[in-house]
Design a protein around this ligand. Structure first.
Ligand code: DOR
Length: 447
């Protein structure tokens, strides 16, 4: 008996490659892509029949909050990553507003240790920026397993906050990798908080945290980034008004939008979902949603992130504005966006640009983000014709709810392959939790 040339062959699918969507078999050796083209099935140890499916590079969600350590009643690394993989997401970048906040080398080491053997998908962790670690960030961002630095300019869930220009400049001058920014202007949020308190209902959320709060902060951080000569990535843009600003600053800034800002709109979302639609920055009127779609079409948007921000139903039931901001989203990112593909709002190629190639480009991910020989064999296999209904029951998050409960979609993740192993198929996780830390081109270790 001769040894197989390939450990795994993904046969007969439509591969979404950098050169377009092509019928191609993909051969995998040692967890990496070894060949793309017509490959004989007899050359493989294991064959995954992908007939009728599109083979996407593994979907990367560059903004999730999995809450561990310290907030495990909301989510943990096991449940969060299980939801990711069930939704076709093979890599996640996790945010630092845990308890404690991720501020030191020891905090990062703790997260990496907790993820080992429990994370279902590949992962990396952000360092939080704070006054106390500003000068250390240049060294911290180079640690293996770190995807970069995150700055909260406006306070949201947790205590992380850098709101004044002097500290922001110190942060931006410390290090070289791209810095992820939550851009809402804290002084303005504080000055307007009573709008929320007086209204007592989430319909006021986008009035309290208004368009100007977002525009002000984005304008400030663009100026500071230029002064510091530092690349930034502005997260979850929620207003049409920020897009022209960002378009003028493509040399220093990349742009994220979320599926929920592209899908929901005020006031309908607050009528239907109440505080379950409350997040920061807020979901706004349809005019903004349309502005975000225009920016997707014009290439201003670089990446989609879910901002998976789980809070329990009990917490969300508190009267507004004591109710916390955020909604789960890692598991629904792809199905919701496939429905938009089905509706003709974006092409499958553009979706892949936003969920894989964009993430790799922004953060300098080593060996992920496209279907190419030598890259990690991470794939998300989707059936563009599968009609499904998203339900709370399907959600693996500890919170057990999604703002998209009851939404009908056409297009579904049928399987996820993680470095050559079929890790999810037909809504079921397979084998053991085998997620590994992501590698980055800026921080590859010397050998
Ligand atoms: O709505 C939000 N929730 N926005 C954030 O920036 C943080 C997040 C959370 O962690 O709950």
């Amino acid at each position: 008996m001769t040894a197989s040339r390939y450990d795994l062959l993904i046969a007969g699918g439509q591969a979404v490659t950098p050169g377009g969507i092509v019928p191609a078999d993909i051969g995998v050796v040692g967890g990496r892509i070894a060949a793309i083209g017509a490959i004989d099935r007899s050359a493989a140890g294991e064959v995954f029949d992908a007939k009728g499916l599109h083979v996407l590079p593994g979907v990367i969600d560059t903004q999730v909050h999995f809450r561990e350590p310290g907030l495990e009643h909301k989510e943990d690394l096991a449940t969060g990553t299980a939801g990711a993989l069930l939704g076709g997401v093979t890599t996640v970048f996790e945010m630092p507003n845990t308890k404690p906040s991720t501020l030191t080398e020891a905090d990062l080491a703790d997260k990496l240790r907790r993820a080992k053997g429990r994370a279902w998908c590949d992962h990396a962790f952000f360092m939080g920026a704070a006054d106390e670690n500003a000068e250390k960030l240049g060294a911290l961002e180079k640690l293996p397993g770190c995807c970069g630095v995150k700055v909260f300019m406006g306070s949201s869930t947790g205590s992380l906050l850098v709101s004044d220009d002097d500290t922001l400049l110190r942060v931006l001058k410390s290090g070289t990798r791209r810095v992820a920014i939550h851009a809402e202007d804290e002084p303005r949020l504080l000055a307007r908080k009573e709008i929320a308190e007086k209204a007592g209902k989430p319909h006021a959320h986008h009035d309290w945290r208004d368009v100007e709060s977002a525009v002000l902060a984005t304008r400030r951080i663009l100026n500071l980034a230029r002064r510091a000569g530092r690349r930034i990535h502005v997260l979850h843009i929620s207003t049409a008004d920020e897009m022209p600003l960002l378009a003028e600053n493509r040399d220093v800034a990349t742009v994220e939008v979320t599926p929920q800002h592209l899908t929901l709109a005020a006031p309908d979302c607050y009528d239907r979902l109440g505080t379950y639609a409350q997040m920061n920055p807020p979901v706004r009127e349809a005019r903004h949603r349309e502005g975000l779609w225009r920016a997707v079409a014009q290439g201003i948007v670089d990446v989609l992130g879910s901002d998976h921000a789980p809070h329990t139903k009990d917490e969300k039931s508190k009267p507004y504005p004591q109710s916390p901001s955020g909604m789960p989203g890692v598991q629904t990112l792809l199905p919701i966006m496939l429905e938009h593909v089905h509706q003709g709002r974006l092409s499958l190629e553009r979706l892949v640009d936003l969920t894989s190639a964009g993430a790799a480009r922004i953060y300098g991910i080593a060996g992920k983000g496209r279907i190419a020989v030598g890259y990690d064999a991470d794939f998300t296999l989707v059936d563009l014709n599968a009609r499904r209904t998203i339900t709370n029951k399907w959600i693996a998050s500890k919170t057990g709810w999604t703002p998209f409960d009851g939404a009908e979609v056409t297009g579904w993740p049928i399987a996820a392959i993680l470095r050559g192993r079929v890790a999810m198929r037909d809504d079921t996780l397979l084998g053991a939790a085998g997620g590994e830390p992501v590698r980055f081109v800026d921080t590859l270790p010397r050998q």
